[in-house]
Design a protein around this ligand. Sequence first.
Ligand SMILES: [Zn+2]
Length: 411
Amino acid sequence: MTAQPPLRINPKISRLVCSSSGRVVEPHGFTRPIGLCSCCPPPGRPVVIEYDLERIELGTFDRSAGIWSYADLLPVIGPDPSFAADVGGSPTIELPRLSRELGITVLVKNEGGNPSGSFKDRGLAVGVALGRACGAERFCLPTQGNAGVAASLFSARLGLPGCLVYMPEGYQDGLYHREARFFGAEVRFAGANIAAAGRQMRADVADELASGAYVDMSTFFEPGRLEGKKTMGLEIAEDLGPEGLPDWILYPTGGGTGLVGIWKALSELAALGRLDPAVRPLPRMVAVQSAACAPVVEAFDAGLEQVEPVESRGTVADGLDVPGAIMGHGILRTIRESRGAAVAVAEAEILEAFAECGRHGIAASFEAAAVVAALHRLRGEGVIADSERALLLLTAGHLIPLGKRAVPGWE
Ligand SMILES: [Zn+2]
């Protein structure tokens, strides 16, 4: 094991709560990893970390520490800069051409510059650090994309045994498999999709998960990934300032960690007095999905409180191929609290927007292209009004889709 300064639990954590029932979750002194709650029916619901905001005085952020520049609002502190100082810090920039074309202000935050190439690095860096601080020896997760790569990278950075990654059958020798292996992962294949891969994983390593030696890093199965994703919201608020917040934030929504995380960040900053919704309302959060797999959009349109699983018809955007959402209640709550929207775009619209991104010099993945497509839709329908400001979260760059396979339709 490489020498690393000790990771410590942030003493300003006030409590852990169940995202569904609101009941307090016992942290057991953080001597073992925190998983799902035990108050809801098995397997439980996501646990959310709350901070004693009265005790937090935010100074000016020094971005040189990457996402740990926001250590006061993260659950675990003390990592060496070599662990994650290169994570986050993506600038928020305006796209003047698209702004002129649409008669609004279009801002983008592109996450492609993170070490493993996507926004997943934020959540997995914090999730891995938190699990390690709680005594875990190894991390495991099912993945059909960048999350497994990111978890492998941060396991490698801590000198831990290779991350145990389960991928659906058919992912052998694909880009994600090769990337995860590059970062030392042990990759196993099971089932037709990520849900089946996850079931196999939980059966295979049930003992290690039960003892706390391993942490299940599946989306929302532990609270660290949400806290890491939160840093996107902290950066947006810092970059644009309380007066300059966008009216809308459009976010490609699979598991929804980033959507919920950005809203959690903005809410915490409002509670800390850094933002004042009475002066400028917080941004309206838009969940963007593929029409081929749109459980959140369907649940939102139906006025449901929970997201019911759907049958995915398959989408080019791997990150949107998520037919259910264990944090569906939190995603729907975020959209409604923020007076936001949920938009499903057709596969053809995603491919068209992907080509448009190329023409504009925007390094965008398919998930990011879906957000560009949704922007056109919302603007065309007049939902986004003249002169409003819309921020697009571009979760990864173009190299991932282009490195994976020829793009259907135009290549
Ligand atoms: Zn619960």
